[in-house]
Structure formats: C-alpha cells, structure tokens
Design a protein around this ligand. Structure first.
Ligand SMILES: [Zn+2]
Length: 246
C-alpha cells in the first residue's frame, strides 16, 4: 500500500460526520496536505492526540488516487500551553490561518515552516508578549510572501527617507512614503520604521527577543494588518481573522 511518512504541523481542521475530521497539514517538504483522519474524535482513537490544531508530528499517510488518509502519527510537539491561554491560542490561530492562505500542494517551503514552528514554540513556551510575536511573525511572513514593506526608501519616489522628519505609511504604495509624494497613508513614526527594520534583521530563532512598548505595538499592528490585507486580498480568511483579532 502506498504510505508515506512526513513531518508536518496541523494548520487547520474541519469536522465531518460524527467522529471524523479533515486536517490541513503543512509539511516543509510537501507543502499543503489535506487529509482525512477517520474516527479521530473517538476517545479511544489512536489519532485523538494528533488531530488537534498546532500539533507537530511525523504523520504516516495512506495515499490513494483521490484522497490522503492519516494512518498514524508520532506526535513530537503539541504546544499544549497554547490551549490554556485565549490570547496565545488566537494568535497561533491567526498565524496558522495566514500560513494556510499561501501554502500549496507539493510546494516545499522550509523557510515558512521554520517561521511558523518557531513562533508557535515561543507562543507556547516563553513569556514573550503574544502581540510582539504576532508583529514579528507578520513582518517575516510579508517578507517571505514578497511583500516586504519599503522602510528606508520612499515606496513611491525611492528616495532615501532615513533623514526625513515627516513620513507616512501606505499599504497600497508598499511601505513608507515621503511627504512630497501622493499617498493614501497615515503618519508613521521613525521609531516604528526602525523597529520593523530591526525585526526583519532577526533570524527566526531570535524572534522571542522582540519586546515592544505598548504604543509601538498599537502603531505597528494596524500597519501590518493593512499590508496583509493588501497582500492577500479582501476576501482572504487569514486576513479576515487578523482583522477581527488584532
Ligand atoms: Zn517620495
């Protein structure tokens, strides 16, 4: 029988029938995998512990011509503390939904996998503020998706704006815009632009070091929300969840 082992994170699920679940898995090597986990909601099911959001494990998949089914899973990490804190759970849900918006079947993506894995770990096992981790995730996610905001140059005229005192941020233009260029953006502080530059310089394993003041969080979240909406489109589920939550 064609079975395959793959390490993956559960990034989404939909219940069907009484005891079954459709899982969305994100594998660094295979990209998105939509698969059935039969009877996984039975209390005695061997799949009970793996058919949960955020679980990382080695999945044994049965692959037939028209569907993929989970046979078994060696659970490596449940990120259990996420289930005990509503803010951390919601932040993790936003991150996994945003990942689901961009992953595709048979499209390996080690960098995005590493970003998600690290942010889930820090949300579960560190005292880092979940909003700081969300901001760090969003910046690296946008960068990865090809929407890195312009932070040192005006997104319209490309002039170096690091010496400018008055600047704006426009998601439509793609980042910071100088006072001389037309834009539909809002004023942005130099501190916010500098914070974004520094966060983008960090490796994924360093993102737990991001510590922002409340006023900076309040400035950055709407900016990044607008940029995600711009990148993914109005009707995207991940962008909508981000809008509701943050
Ligand atoms: Zn300009």
């Amino acid at each position: 029988m064609p079975t395959e082992l793959t390490k993956a994170i559960v990034t989404g699920y939909t219940d069907y029938r009484d005891e079954d679940r459709m899982l969305t898995l994100f594998s660094a090597q295979r990209g998105r995998i939509d698969c059935k986990a039969r009877n996984c909601r039975k209390p005695t099911s061997k799949l009970l512990s793996c058919a949960q959001p955020f679980v990382f494990g080695e999945f044994e998949l049965f692959i037939s011509s028209d569907r993929v089914t989970v046979n078994a899973c060696d659970v490596r990490e449940t990120f259990y503390p996420l289930r005990e804190d509503a803010d951390r759970f919601m932040t993790a849900s936003v991150c996994t939904q945003l990942v689901n918006s961009v992953i595709e079947r048979e499209a390996p993506d080690e960098a995005l996998f590493s970003l998600l894995y690290h942010v889930l770990s820090f949300l579960a096992y560190t005292d880092s503020d979940p909003q700081d981790l969300l901001i760090a995730f969003l910046l690296h996610y946008l960068d990865h998706a090809g929407y890195r905001p312009s932070l040192t140059r005006c997104a319209v005229c490309r002039r170096d704006v690091r010496g400018d005192d008055v600047l704006f941020y426009s998601a439509e233009a793609g980042g910071a815009v100088c006072a001389g260029c037309p834009h539909g953006g809002k004023p942005v502080s130099k501190l916010a632009l500098e914070a974004m530059r520094r966060i983008l310089m960090l490796e994924h394993e360093e993102l737990k070091r991001v510590v922002l003041k409340p006023e900076l969080r309040a400035e950055l979240l709407p900016i990044l929300r607008a940029s995600c909406k711009r990148a993914l489109g109005e009707n995207d589920k991940g962008a909508a969840l981000l809008e509701q939550f943050a």
